[in-house]
Design a protein around this ligand. Structure first.
Ligand code: LHQ
Length: 260
């Protein structure tokens, strides 16, 4: 029987979506990309899920487009990106819940974009990222040209893209491409523990925070101040805010998870 391209598992309000084409370092075909996008939307709509983790099976995170699966599809490059990768990246950034890119191994090409797209990026010690596109004379896509210069500046982004050099975990941490690096041996448990901690945070406030940050990346200060004022009203009117203030006054931890 054929293996599912995306494995779905739930533990303690954390949904883990595992790219599952291990023998090809989870290189992406259309099935994988469309299924991953669908699963993200399902996770967003499921009230039992508070955090989503995207990771890879085996030793790779994602080697980008499956180069054995690109010809004869009858789609132009533009159509292909608009049909598969672009909706996926938009879904990740637009999800109302935090998405963790749990980079367990090599992330190359569009896989590197996927590694950068999460709200939180957690890496295994042995993971690496390669803007590999120029090796096959393509332009970085799936958001890489947007994410990378915002993280490392124009010039370092250009160098990484032009030379397709491998960025290892300790450099990724230094450059701001990830938030945490965990040992390979304990990586999956460490990611789960991190995700469970994130899942205890106020979900509604984090949804609005994500909205504000995403908008601020392309807005003026004036626009950001206006949006903050608008979103703060929504946060302030929510029960999470009342609970946070009450817990503070009662000198106890706030309880932001309510049974559904
Ligand atoms: C692969 C792949 C792969 C198939 C490893 N495909 N099999 C968007 C729209 C339209 C068209 C084009 O592209 C895009 C966006 C993109 O993502 S373009 C970039 C596409 N990706 C690449 O060019 C990466 C190609 N792979 C590599 O450079 C290396 O495999 C990396 C650096 C990722 C890992 O190197 P190693 O750790 O040395 O592993 P390996 O090369 O031995 O790969 C292991 C296996 O995985 C091997 O198969 P085999 O049967 O020989 O064991 C590879 O053929 C297979 N594989 N990437 N993208």
């Amino acid at each position: 029987m054929e293996q599912p391209v995306i494995l779905v598992s739930d533990r303690s309000a954390v949904r883990t979506l595992t790219l599952n084409r291990e023998s090809k370092l989870n290189a992406a075909n259309d099935d994988l990309l469309l299924t991953l996008t669908d699963e993200l939307k399902r996770a967003d709509a499921d009230p039992s899920v508070r955090v989503v983790v995207i990771t890879g099976a085996g030793r790779g995170f994602c080697a980008g487009q499956d180069l054995g699966d690109v010809s004869g599809r009858g789609m132009t490059f533009t159509e292909h990106l608009n049909h598969t990768y672009n909706p996926l990246v938009r879904t990740i950034r637009g999800l109302s819940k935090p998405v963790i890119s749990a980079v367990n191994g090599v992330a190359a090409g569009a896989g590197a974009s996927l590694a950068l797209a999460g709200d939180v990026r957690l890496w295994a010690q042995g993971a690496s990222l390669i803007e590999v596109f120029s090796n096959i004379a393509l332009v970085p896509d799936s958001g890489s040209t947007w994410f990378l210069p915002r993280l490392v500046g124009y010039h370092r982004a250009f160098e990484l893209m032009a030379l397709a050099e491998k960025v290892r975990a300790e450099d990724a941490l230094r450059l701001g491409l990830c938030e945490q690096v965990f040992p390979d041996e304990t990586f999956r448990d460490d990611v789960q523990a991190y995700a469970e901690r994130l899942a205890t945070r106020p979900a509604h406030a984090l949804k609005l925070t994500k909205q504000a940050l995403n908008a601020a990346l392309t807005s003026t200060l004036d626009q950001a101040l206006d949006l903050e004022a608008e979103l703060q009203q929504l946060a302030g009117d929510h029960w999470e805010h009342e609970e946070g203030v009450t817990a503070f006054k009662q000198k106890r931890p706030a309880q932001f998870v309510r049974s559904i």
